[in-house]
Design a binder for this molecule. Structure first.
Ligand SMILES: O=C(O)CCC(=O)C(=O)O
Length: 286
């Protein structure tokens, strides 16, 4: 459950952490699905529908940077994605307008290797008719500054959305020299394994490389209000209906006035966020 003061924190800052949501048994099950999939990744040499690989990945030393949509590939992940304990937290944060799953990904941040994620606002990747869009981060390891904890800028969700284009292409990252971006304002979300974080789709966030000897696995699940429609269209309407988790299905769209640019034209390096951000001219971590 989420308390009134945590809801207020989310509204004021654009992010909130909730402790002890995932049990030790669930963590064990999630870790064991991950271990099986890392074994499977030994046969993979290129990014595909399930795996995004670190540049140093090999069959001998498998290094998966991201598992794509584990909630759709694994019941262990899928059951948690749909569980009441997560949806009860998310529902009020989406304004009690229903809850729809959008996408999920498990960012692995391997010890001493894990790639950074440049600063961005998620809604720029998938603008919707309203901005009741958020991401839940389920900490599968303790998240620390050294292993690349997610960092957020408080209040950024209430400010104008920043430019995420470079050289005329969508680059999925803000220019660190943008006068509206100040990394000094960043707050690291230091949480224990089993805790969750929630950040608003407009919240500016990023994370540094993992320089520690411990992994930082963060499973991010994106949810939207049931009446938020993706401006890029719905690729498969029956999947879309199946992704409604709470509330009633509707073909009505709620439109609010917001200022997001469409993420086109796509850059030549299209793919996951790590590939898209290669398009950015200036970055914080590279
Ligand atoms: O894994 C992280 O630290 C952040 C990931 C993120 O923001 C994203 O994948 O959109």
């Amino acid at each position: 459950m989420i308390s009134e003061s945590q809801i207020k924190e989310y509204e004021d800052y654009g992010f909130v952490a909730v402790s002890h949501v995932i049990s030790a048994g669930e963590l064990r099950d999630l870790h064991s699905v991950i271990a099986e999939n890392i074994e499977r990744s030994r046969n993979i040499t290129e990014n595909d529908a399930e795996f995004d690989l670190e540049p140093s990945h090999s069959a001998e030393n498998p290094q998966v940077r991201r598992f794509k949509t584990p909630a759709l590939f694994s019941d262990v992940f899928g059951n948690i994605m749909r569980s009441s304990k997560i949806i009860d937290i998310v529902e009020p944060l989406l304004g009690n307008n229903g809850v729809r799953y959008r996408n999920d990904k498990l960012n692995m941040k391997i010890a001493e290797v894990g790639s950074p994620v440049e600063w961005h606002q998620d809604i720029c990747f998938y603008p919707h008719t309203n901005d009741d869009v958020l991401a839940v981060g389920i900490a599968l390891d303790d998240c620390t500054l050294e292993n690349g904890a997610l960092q957020c800028i408080p209040g950024s969700h209430k400010k104008p959305v920043l430019d995420h284009h470079s050289d005329g292409y969508f680059a999925g990252a803000v220019d660190p020299d943008d006068p509206a971006f100040n990394i000094e304002d960043a707050v690291p979300l230091i949480v224990e394994a089993g805790s969750i974080t929630v950040h608003h789709g407009r919240c500016l966030h990023g994370s540094a490389p993992n320089t520690s000897t411990k992994p930082r696995r963060l499973w991010l699940i994106e949810y939207t209000a049931a009446d938020a429609w993706p401006l890029a269209g719905v690729p498969n309407y029956s999947d879309w209906q199946g992704y409604l988790i709470r509330g009633s299905d509707t073909t009505k769209m709620r439109v609010t006035d917001h200022d997001v640019r469409i993420p086109f034209p796509t850059p030549p390096t299209v793919g996951s966020i790590y590939e898209i951000q290669k398009q950015a001219n200036k970055t914080v971590y590279r």
